[in-house]
Design a protein around this ligand. Structure first.
Ligand code: 5GP
Length: 221
């Protein structure tokens, strides 16, 4: 079913550049990609992938290329300023580490951890399990997330962080599943828009496993 749906699926970078073209992949399928760059998304051969992974959605080259673009965009947008990057643990760790090293701009880093109350995630009750070390009052804040799904976590964080008086507050997410939204939140900076599927790798886990994978993929059923 996925292979069929892939044919109509658009993999989008959130950049304002609207260059669009087709990728002729080895599967013979044609995938439309809109965004500042187009990547070969299936260059990890199945034999090289983790045995639990059914499909690689975004390989290392695709992730690296898009992060370079995001870093360039952030470095330009925040030129002359010294933003604080707030990584949301644990999933944002690889993204944050690669993004900060690709940025040419002086910045500081801090971390937060937010979690849904177990068994109550559908109610949207989120709690803070680790708070910032430094004050963000009067600072330009960039919240770095791995993925936005319902938007409940970022909705909570936005409300929480705004009470602390930052000069500005924006969200940077590697992945966005816009079809799943319950809270009206749209990140200014987004790596890839992906379909409503559960993905792992590059920081994203299933039961704490698979965070170390250098690519993003879908688990076997
Ligand atoms: P939200 O509050 O937007 O529904 O969810 C945000 C959090 O849910 C993410 O930080 C991540 O921990 C988890 N999440 C949402 N979608 C996925 C997914 O496809 N894979 C994994 N591994 N985690 C996800």
């Amino acid at each position: 079913p996925f292979r069929r749906s892939m044919r109509s699926w658009r993999l989008e970078g959130s950049s304002s550049t609207t260059r669009t073209r087709s990728l002729g992949l080895s599967t013979g399928a044609s995938y439309h990609c809109a965004g500042a760059a187009v990547f070969p998304i299936l260059s990890v051969r199945p034999s090289m992938a983790h045995p639990d992974i059914e499909r690689v959605l975004l390989d290392e080259a695709a992730i690296r290329g898009r992060i370079q673009e995001l870093a360039a965009q952030l470095s330009a947008d925040y030129a002359g300023r010294r933003p604080v990057l707030i990584g949301i643990l644990k999933g944002s760790v690889p993204f944050m580490a690669d993004l900060m090293r690709a940025m040419t701009l002086d910045h500081t880093v801090d971390f937060m951890c937010a979690s849904s109350y177990s068994g109550e995630s559908s109610t949207g009750v989120v709690r803070l399990v680790l708070d910032l070390r430094e004050s963000i009052q009067g600072k330009d804040v960039l919240v770095i997330e791995d993925i936005i799904d319902t938007g409940l976590t970022l909705g909570y964080l936005r409300q929480n962080l705004l009470t602390r008086g930052p000069k500005s507050l924006e969200f940077v997410t590697l992945l966005d599943k816009p079809d799943c939204r319950k809270v009206n939140i749209s990140p200014k900076y987004c790596g890839f828009k992906i379909p409503n599927e559960f993905v792992v790798g590059y920081g994203l886990d299933y039961d704490e496993a698979y965070r170390h994978l250098p690519y993003i993929g879908v688990l076997k059923k």
